[in-house]
Design a protein around this ligand. Structure first.
Ligand SMILES: Cc1ncc(COP(=O)(O)O)c(C=O)c1O
Length: 343
């Protein structure tokens, strides 16, 4: 059965054929379980090639787990984690960060998904005061949940600010590849070299079947991660099948090709939608999503035909997301349908 491609999420796409082949190649004979295998060693070397040799790398199964466990190992229960109100850790992880880490998650209002020092200041206080959660982490998503992207300078500034207060900078990079190609930089430029301490680096949204990683640039934080990962039920026995995917993902620029392609499809969608006067684009299109306000009365009709999410019902704001497997034809057929519907 052939499924129609929609615009709901890159999570809805399939597996890139090269990734599927890598799983098949790894499917031979027995290797030691739980990551003591050649595939995992090679994948870690690949990650070090891109992120720097002085990192500690751990694989987990989901992006939520990468965030929750990376935050948990880096905090005490009396700490707070400050993030954008739109952050996945704040709205889409079912309270997992609070539940596992015990920390208070403090959401910061932001019109574009990005936090800045101005918006942080009122929350970075109360140090040493026993009645106050002790601020420990500034967490940013790159790209943000609104598809916007932090510049290397913006990340640097947040990193410096965090470290000035003896805090840590955490980055949710579930779609980091899309941000890297959008900025035309290397992975290191916006992570290791920009002051990030803990990174959730994802692959699932950009062509992998499953598998995410937690990368520690501050190696001391990683000391107890293996125990936290096991307690957190994320130590995969057949880890080779995550690792084999990551190795292929980071070889011959597959990550880059997929991300450039998905971002380009979002740009095409943006251009097509911009021609329609009934539609207003609400966020900068800097990665692989397009946010738009359209007359509410058309949304149901469009959704009957295409799967996409309403982002903010009150504003009739929707999110369209492209993927490594979105085709130009998908965009043209979709926008033609929108054109006919809203005219
Ligand atoms: C920004 C961001 N972070 C983390 C995740 C979590 O990934 P998972 O659904 O694999 O837990 C998602 C999922 O869509 C996401 O969009």
């Amino acid at each position: 059965m052939k499924h129609k491609r929609g615009f709901a999420s890159d999570n809805n796409s399939g597996i890139h054929p090269d990734i599927l082949k890598s799983i098949e190649r790894a499917n031979s004979g027995h290797v030691i379980a739980y990551g003591d295998d050649i595939y995992t060693r090679r994948a870690i070397l690949k990650i070090k090639e891109h992120f720097g040799k002085d990192v500690e790398v751990f694989f987990v199964l989901t992006g939520t787990a990468a965030n929750v466990l990376g935050l948990t190992v880096s905090t005490n229960t009396f700490n707070s984690i400050i993030c954008a109100e739109t952050a996945h850790i704040n709205v889409d992880e079912c309270g997992g960060p609070e539940n596992f880490s015990g920390c208070k998650v403090i959401p910061v209002e932001t019109p574009d998904g990005k936090i800045n020092i101005g918006s942080l200041k009122k929350h970075v206080r109360g140090f040493g005061f026993e009645h106050h959660s002790q601020p420990k982490i500034i967490s940013i998503s790159q790209p943000t949940e609104l598809g916007t992207v932090y510049s290397p300078d913006e990340i640097n500034e947040l990193g410096k600010y965090a470290h000035k207060y003896n805090m840590l900078l955490h980055m949710d990079g579930a779609r980091l590849s899309n941000a890297v190609v959008s900025l035309g930089v290397e992975f290191k430029d916006i992570t290791a070299d920009a002051g990030v301490d803990i990174l959730s680096f994802g692959g699932t949204k950009n062509g992998m079947l499953f598998g995410e990683s937690v990368i520690f640039f501050n190696r001391k934080l990683a000391e107890n991660f293996k125990y936290i990962r096991k307690q957190g039920m994320q130590l995969a026995s057949k880890m080779r099948f995550i690792s084999a995917q990551f190795e292929t993902y980071l070889t011959n620029d597959l990550w880059k090709k997929n991300a450039v392609y998905a971002n380009n499809m979002a740009q095409l969608l943006y251009r097509e939608l911009s021609e329609l006067k009934q539609i207003k684009i609400t966020q900068k299109v800097q990665s692989n999503s397009v946010f738009a306000v359209l007359p509410g009365k058309y949304i149901k009709k469009l959704q009957d035909e295409y799967f996409f999410y309403v982002w903010d019902e009150g504003k009739s704001e929707v999110r369209f997301m492209t993927s490594f497997d979105t085709t130009e034809e998908d965009i043209y057929t979709f926008t033609q349908f929108i054109r006919q519907t809203v005219k």
